[in-house]
Design a protein around this ligand. Structure first.
Ligand code: FE
Length: 195
C-alpha cells in the first residue's frame, strides 16, 4: 500500500484533527508534540547531520546531491523504515535558487530525517497555495526572497521525497559540524525557512 493509497485515511484523520481543534480539545501544535514523543528516532536532528556534513565537506555535498541514499548510509542513516522503498533527493539552495517541498496530494515527507511533519505541511491551504504562489507563501513564513531568486517547488510522492540543503549561514566559518547541525531547522529542510 502506498501513502497515496492511504490518502482517504489521511483525509479522515485530518477531518478528525480539525473537529478536535474546532472544539478546543487539542490543537495542531499539541498533536505534533504527541507524535514527536511517539516517533522517537525519527527526528530533524538526522536531517541536520546530513546538512552540516554537506556544509563542511564539499565532496560529501556532491555525493549527497548525486546519491542521497549513499550519503545517508555514510552517516549510518537510512530511509528504509517501511515496506516500500522511498527515494530521497537532496535539492540545494544557492544564491540564485531556493527550493521548497510540498506534497500536493497528501503529506509525503522524509519522516526519518525530519521527524513528524508539522500540521501546516498537511494543511490543504499549504498544499494548494505553495504551488501557485510560492513567493507569497514563503513571505508568510517570514522568508522574503528577492525577485532575482528562482523558487523551485518539489512535489513529494509516495515514491520520491525531498530534503532541502539550505545555504550555510553567514558568520559560521569557525563552527564545528555539531554546532552547524544545531543551527539547522526542520522548516529549513522543507524550505519554508532559510536554515
Ligand atoms: Fe503524499
Amino acid at each position: 500500500m502506498t501513502d497515496h493509497a492511504d490518502a482517504g485515511i489521511a483525509q479522515r484523520v485530518r477531518a478528525l484533527e480539525t473537529a478536535l481543534e474546532g472544539r478546543g480539545i487539542v490543537d495542531g501544535a499539541e498533536l505534533d508534540e504527541i507524535l514527536d514523543r511517539l516517533l522517537t528516532g525519527a527526528t530533524p536532528r538526522n536531517g541536520a547531520r546530513l546538512i552540516a556534513r554537506a556544509w563542511v565537506d564539499a565532496a560529501f555535498r556532491d555525493r549527497a546531491l548525486a546519491d542521497a541514499h549513499g550519503a545517508l548510509s555514510e552517516l549510518g542513516l537510512s530511509m528504509d523504515h517501511g515496506p516500500q522503498p522511498q527515494l530521497l533527493r537532496v535539492v540545494e539552495n544557492t544564491s540564485a535558487v531556493h527550493n521548497v517541498v510540498v506534497c500536493t496530494l497528501c503529506s509525503c515527507y522524509p519522516l526519518s530525517l525530519l521527524g513528524p511533519s508539522p500540521s501546516w505541511y498537511k494543511s490543504a491551504a499549504y498544499r494548494a497555495r505553495v504551488v501557485r504562489w510560492p513567493r507569497e507563501v514563503l513571505a508568510e513564513f517570514g522568508l522574503r526572497l528577492g525577485d532575482d531568486v528562482e523558487i523551485r517547488v518539489w512535489d513529494a510522492s509516495a515514491e520520491t521525497r525531498y530534503l532541502v540543503l539550505p545555504r550555510r549561514p553567514e558568520g559560521t566559518p569557525r563552527c564545528t559540524e555539531d554546532e552547524l547541525a544545531a543551527l539547522v531547522t526542520r522548516a529549513g529542510m522543507i524550505g519554508t525557512a532559510a536554515v
